[in-house]
Design a protein. Structure first.
Length: 673
């Protein structure tokens, strides 16, 4: 019965978001009836997450989550007024349901969710603890491994997962798998709707769904090179990150597996990965940016179909939400619209811009204001700037920022390091990393020129910024997010060659070409998607063996079921595995400076975790497992069994291999050096 109640609760919350979103779309935009339902679902969920982020600062969860859904429903109803008769009231609930759309959404979500349940890749160590703390009401989140530091991160999608977790009574790993599967499926289908509209072809729309899911780099094509030439390439490549852990050099790695912490049943071949253009079917596992596609595609579908000021208000709210999920998107728009305005004035020799262009300035102003205070990277930057100017203490923030010039120009691969344009071997490697769709860049630029002439300013701005992002080829990021953070900007150039613009332009170009030309283009598209097909095929092999995560075992799940969010709100938990206890209990630990760098005192605490020592370090609880307990000296073990430490709970396996989890309360222990 409790499971049914939780499912009904989650369905009711989702239904409020969906119905409110459809009403908002009808009241604020002029869309086709085959677009209203999916787009309404997307904007309803998107606005609810954004409102929940604002409300969660001032009221407890899940009240903030329910109120946010209620506000979306209320806003949709307000935009539907006036309702002059019962017939118009009944019309609110009349909508065109296309079975194929909903079947595709359900099947895609199920398949992606099943694949995700068997994997634990791409930042689970970061996403699961943050999701757990958000669900416990820590909005905006603190850094899970140091509660004194604010985590100025793009946590928007994680907040979505936190709501699903809290309202549906799910584990954080299950909620995150479900959310990122749903987000990718919805964004792909919405992108297909835009291509269908642009090309007037339903087939082109479905082709876009497949292409956007699987398109990626073609590093695997380098396997076709003669061994001697491939070794020459290898001599010019510096392996970094997970690639550096996979093999001593590029040549060896291309023949082996990729050392990515996946928890999967089968290893992933290194040759089918890409450090510059990974397919969406792979990157959606990261979770943090999964909703970006939904938000971006929504704006693309609605930017030139406003119903007056209402469309502008909704657009501003969605853009503010997107600044919380993809901070570079705001820079992209500001620079893009600025460049479009300057270009218009230069070409027309005037200081005046069309009304349709300057209204975007009115939309972006509140977006900037919201981005400065709503949480995330932009809020962290703004808070730090205010602190420097005023000299006031603003509290510690997680991220640091720094840039330096670099020459010669180079692309950056998260696997193969900097690939210089001045080195022929590295340049060719970069082209293989990106894939053949880079050659559709002229078509995307042509689309932008036509959009500019037709005064479709948003489309023109989206295409201008990626071209301007070429300046990042001479810039190196030096902050603590790691040098590969600059990839998000460089990826914009790659993105317009593999997104809807290029696909729509390519489709319309092919319509007027001979059959052999269309066949050749189709072959290139298949090659561009082949790596994604291979990776996803291997992902599906793990679907039959669900796992929680690489650091979450069955005993941890049992502890989470009974003790998640049960400890005092300000409690700090010691766990030698750091992010495990945060995920399981919803409370922070205090072990790291960053996700990758331990605090200087942490190794000593792990070696000597006496209750008094931990209490002196500020810990209220200790979460210990059998493997760690077995490494402790009998003397330290004795301090837990016959001292101030109180055993709150113990869970154990009585079968081989033996294991246990123990949760100790240390609050009654006197601090001891």
């Amino acid at each position: 019965m409790s499971v049914l109640l939780e499912a009904a609760s989650l369905a009711a919350w989702g239904g409020m978001c969906f119905l409110g979103g459809v009403w908002i779309v009808r009241g604020a935009f002029r869309l086709r009836d085959n677009e209203e339902v999916l787009v309404g679902l997307g904007v309803g969920v998107a606005l609810e997450i954004w409102l929940a982020n604002l409300l969660g600062r001032y009221m407890p969860v899940p009240l903030a989550f329910w109120l946010a859904a209620g506000l979306v429903l209320t806003a949709g109803l307000a935009l539907s007024l006036p309702l002059r008769s019962w017939k118009e009231v009944a019309g609110l609930f009349r909508m065109r349901i296309l079975p194929l759309q909903w079947l595709a959404l359900a099947v895609m979500t199920l398949v992606l969710f099943s694949a995700g349940r068997g994997l634990a890749i791409l930042d689970d160590y970061q996403n699961l603890p943050t999701t757990s703390m958000l669900a416990a009401g820590d909005i905006p989140p603190r850094f899970a491994l140091d509660p004194n530091v604010t985590f100025d991160y793009h946590y928007y999608t994680l907040l979505f997962a936190a709501q699903v977790m809290r309202l549906g009574d799910l584990f954080p790993w299950s909620a995150l798998d479900l959310v990122r599967a749903f987000a990718l499926a919805l964004s792909l289908l919405m992108g297909g709707l835009w291509v269908q509209r642009a090309t007037r072809s339903a087939l082109a729309g479905w082709m876009m769904v497949v292409f956007a899911a699987f398109n990626g780099g073609t590093r695997w094509l380098m396997l076709l090179l003669p061994e001697g030439i491939l070794r020459r390439f290898s001599d010019h490549i510096q392996m970094i990150g997970s690639a550096g852990q996979s093999a001593p050099d590029f040549f060896t790695a291309m023949q082996g597996t990729w050392s990515v912490d996946a928890g999967s049943q089968w290893e992933f071949p290194f040759a089918y990965a890409s450090g510059m253009n990974a397919p969406s079917i792979w990157t959606y596992h990261s979770g943090a940016g999964a909703m970006s596609g939904v938000l971006g595609t929504f704006i693309l579908l609605t930017h030139n179909r406003w119903r007056g000021w209402r469309g502008g208000v909704v657009t501003a709210a969605v853009l503010a939400a997107r600044a919380l999920v993809a901070e570079t998107s705001l820079v992209r728009l500001l620079v893009g619209f600025g460049a479009v305005a300057v270009l218009f004035m230069a070409l027309n020799r005037t200081w005046r811009v069309p009304r349709s262009l300057w209204r975007w300035g009115l939309v972006l102003l509140p977006v900037l204001a919201a981005a400065a205070v709503q949480g995330g990277v932009w809020s962290g930057l703004f808070s730090g700037l205010v602190g420097k100017v005023s000299g006031a203490e603003t509290g510690g923030g997680y991220f640091t920022f720094g840039f330096q010039l670099m020459w010669p120009p180079a692309f950056l691969s998260s696997h193969l390091g900097f690939l210089s344009l001045a080195n022929p071997y590295q340049l060719l490697t970069a082209l293989f990393e990106i894939g053949p769709m880079l050659f559709t860049l002229p078509l995307a630029i042509l689309w932008g020129i036509k959009a500019f002439r037709a005064q479709r300013w948003y489309e023109a701005a989206l295409i201008v910024m990626p071209i301007l992002s070429l300046f990042t080829l001479v810039v190196q990021y030096t902050g603590n997010a790691g040098p590969t953070a600059i990839n998000r900007v460089q990826a914009q150039l790659i993105g317009i060659t593999s997104g809807g613009f290029a696909m729509a332009a390519l489709w319309m170009w092919m319509e007027r070409r001979k059959a052999w030309v269309r066949a050749a283009v189709a072959s290139v598209l298949f090659v561009a998607c082949y790596g994604g097909f291979v990776l996803f095929g291997i992902e599906l092999l793990s679907a039959t063996r669900p796992i929680n995560s690489t650091f979450i075992q069955l005993l941890d799940a049992r502890v989470a079921k009974d003790y998640w969010n049960r400890l005092e709100p300000e409690a700090v938990v010691f766990d030698p595995g750091s992010w495990r206890a945060v995920t399981v209990l919803g409370r922070p630990t205090n072990s790291h400076l960053t996700w990758y760098q331990e605090k200087p005192e942490w190794p000593q605490l792990v070696e000597n975790p006496r209750p008094g020592v931990l209490r002196a370090a500020g810990f209220d609880y200790a979460y210990l497992d059998y493997a760690y307990w077995n490494q402790l000296t009998p003397e330290i073990q004795q301090t837990y069994e016959n001292s101030c430490a109180r055993l709150v709970a113990e869970y154990e396996y009585d079968r081989f291999p033996y294991d246990f989890r123990r949760l100790y309360d240390l609050k009654d222990c006197p601090a001891a050096p």
